[in-house]
Ligand binder design. Structure first.
Ligand SMILES: [Zn+2]
Length: 214
């Protein structure tokens, strides 16, 4: 593994700061999380974007949230396509093993993944349409959302950010373990969208069929 190098100094320094600061102040919590195991009440599916910090958003500590992050916070539908497996395996473990009570799909403003999907579906990003584009083939998950918002808004990318949350929430229900847990009242699904610059958080109101302020 000649391509693997030691940590750069800035990460080593940050680790040491954490060990002497946050870890030292919470060492009993970490010890308890190991002896008692993890029992997070919620799973958060968010974008890999560095500006989206779902744990900070909810004032979370280690053990509070089971996290899954991917490009554009997408949940693929259940199918034979192995593209689903990274995300669906995390959800399956959270629901069936950890018995989490809530799944939150968290979208965000200025999502590069969603913008890429919009460009691809609009015919403006042929590189994403290539069969060997990992990003493009992943963003195919969001194509049904594009078809639904096309021509609906002056800001189609922002509309697609929110539509993508709904696509993912719908796709969640294609997994039997999710559907059964939702229908038995053991699990609830939530759709959120954060405006990064203002900190404003919207949630999907299923009776109003729109995103409303939290
Ligand atoms: Zn994003």
């Amino acid at each position: 593994m000649q391509n693997v190098q030691v940590l750069p100094q800035f990460l080593t320094e940050r680790y040491r700061d954490w060990k002497e600061g946050s870890y030292a102040a919470n060492s009993q919590l970490f010890e308890r999380l190991v002896s008692d195991g993890q029992h997070p009440p919620a799973m958060i599916i968010s974008c890999a974007d560095s500006r989206v910090d779902s744990v900070a958003l909810f004032g979370g500590a280690p053990g509070d949230f089971f996290l899954h992050r991917n490009v554009a916070n997408l949940v693929p539908a259940n199918s034979d396509d192995p593209i689903r497996l990274c995300t669906s395996s995390a959800i399956e473990y959270a629901v069936t093993a950890l018995k989490i009570r809530h799944i939150v799909v968290l979208g965000h403003s200025g999502c590069g993944g969603v913008a890429g999907c919009h460009a691809m579906c609009s015919g403006d990003a042929p590189e994403l349409e290539a069969a060997d584009s990992n990003v493009g083939r992943w963003l195919d998950v969001l194509r049904p959302g594009y078809d639904r918002i096309k021509g609906s808004s002056d800001d189609e990318v922002a509309a697609l950010e929110k539509e993508g949350i709904l696509v993912s929430l719908e796709n969640l229900m294609s997994y039997t373990f999710v559907k059964d847990a939702v229908e038995s009242g053991d699990l609830s699904l939530h759709g959120l969208w954060i405006d990064i610059a203002s900190g404003s958080l919207l949630q999907y109101d299923s009776s109003a069929k729109e995103f409303v302020q939290v």
